[in-house]
Design a protein around this ligand. Structure first.
Ligand SMILES: [Zn+2]
Length: 219
């Protein structure tokens, strides 16, 4: 049952979720083990640090209130506008966050029906989604932030070096940011699986297996 899955996923640490996230990065094969470990640590530190900065600047607020203070427009939309994949939230530069409420409600129903609320620390799904996307707004506005400067050397030919950025550091940092902002005791990456579950429990279970397979991974 989903409750058992969540119980296990709550136990995964930053390296395990970091490796899971790296596995979804199109160029993860180009990253050495040591680079990956280093990036996981720095991305987590970056997300955590940005949450502290926000709290220092504005005090303790809800994600919606922080969004307002930062000049972000949050739109609660009914239709996700795509039949190909399921979308929960999205950041559009310069300052728009869309949250797809139909999918949020599906997850909320699941939490209610399966009695997961306590286990998840009573957090609101929408808050997790807004917090995650808010990090993407923050990195969009700071070209010197770690997640934008982290690059790997893809190839070199004599004096020519080709560096490339990665998707994973930003995603890892966004989760660390949401985790700190909402004071969660676990990594909110587990919402990837929980949110998908009401739509496609089979795919959600496959992602769960992938995440659990990272257990013991120090990246
Ligand atoms: Zn993201």
């Amino acid at each position: 049952m989903i409750k058992d899955l969540i119980r296990e996923l709550k136990l995964l640490d930053k390296y395990e979720w970091g490796s899971y996230t790296f596995n979804r990065d199109p160029i993860h094969n180009k990253v050495s083990r040591q680079e990956k470990k280093d990036m996981i640590e720095k991305a987590n530190e970056c997300g955590y640090h940005e949450a502290l900065l926000l709290r220092e600047k504005y005090g303790i607020k809800s994600p919606m209130e922080y969004a307002q203070l930062l000049g972000i427009k949050v739109s609660e939309l009914e239709d996700e506008g795509s039949k190909d994949y399921i979308l929960f939230a999205r950041f559009n530069s310069p300052n728009n966050i869309s949250v797809y409420m139909k999918n949020v409600r599906k997850a909320e129903e699941l939490i209610k029906n399966e009695n997961l609320n306590m286990m998840l620390g009573g957090v609101k799904i929408e808050d997790v989604l807004i917090a995650h996307e808010m990090f993407h707004f923050i990195e969009d506005n700071n070209r010197d932030i770690y997640t934008r400067t982290a690059k790997i050397l893809l190839w070199e030919l004599g004096p020519i070096k080709y560096h490339s950025g990665l998707v994973a550091p930003g995603e890892i940092a966004a989760m660390a940011f949401a985790r700190e902002l909402l004071k969660l005791s676990y990594y909110p990456n587990l919402f990837d699986i929980l949110l998908l579950y009401p739509h496609n429990s089979k795919t959600a279970k496959a992602l769960y297996d992938e995440a659990i397979a990272m257990r013991g991974d120090e990246a």
